[in-house]
Design a protein around this ligand. Structure first.
Ligand SMILES: [Zn+2]
Length: 159
């Protein structure tokens, strides 16, 4: 069964039939073609939708930050993970969790900036956070969103 995504507060909803996309609730048929599919098929299509949306959003948003930071990742991929929003490998490959498509685009921007900054600072040291803050002074608000709603987004049973 696909569980509801709704939640109280922040303009979100408790409506059991709504799903998150870019931080806002939608009925399933506003996001994907829903008829005449069964639940397993719906799950598969919804997951595919989030995957391709995440890929598209990241590709669109990352270029400006790359220019600002003067970095270029070797590759960018969209992954499935229940623990990580993004990652940066020592070979300069960035990965982003497809579930980010459920979060507001500003939160995706934060994860993009965070991972891009790892191309310059591999650790979470002071200079790393200074760099993140120089591109995104309000990054703590985005971290708070992930702290508050992240577990919910991660727990939607699509895998
Ligand atoms: Zn990090």
């Amino acid at each position: 069964m696909i569980k509801r995504v709704g939640m109280a507060g922040d303009g979100l909803t408790n409506d059991a039939k709504k799903f998150l996309y870019q931080g806002k609730p939608y009925y399933l048929n506003e996001l994907i073609e829903t008829t005449p599919l069964n639940e397993d098929e719906l799950k598969k299509i919804l997951k595919k939708f989030y995957f391709s949306s995440c890929k598209k959003i990241v590709a669109e948003r990352i270029t400006g930050y790359q220019t600002q930071l003067r970095v270029k990742p070797k590759a960018i991929e969209v992954i499935e993970s229940r623990t990580k929003w993004g990652s940066c490998s020592s070979s300069k490959k960035l990965a982003f969790n497809y579930r980010l498509a459920m979060a507001p685009v500003e939160v995706i921007d934060y994860v993009i900036v965070h991972e891009l900054c790892h191309l310059l600072h591999m650790n979470h040291d002071r200079s790393f956070w200074r760099r993140v803050g120089s591109l995104m002074p309000d990054y703590k608000m985005k971290q708070e969103y992930l702290e508050t709603y992240g577990h919910l987004i991660m727990s939607i049973p699509l895998d």
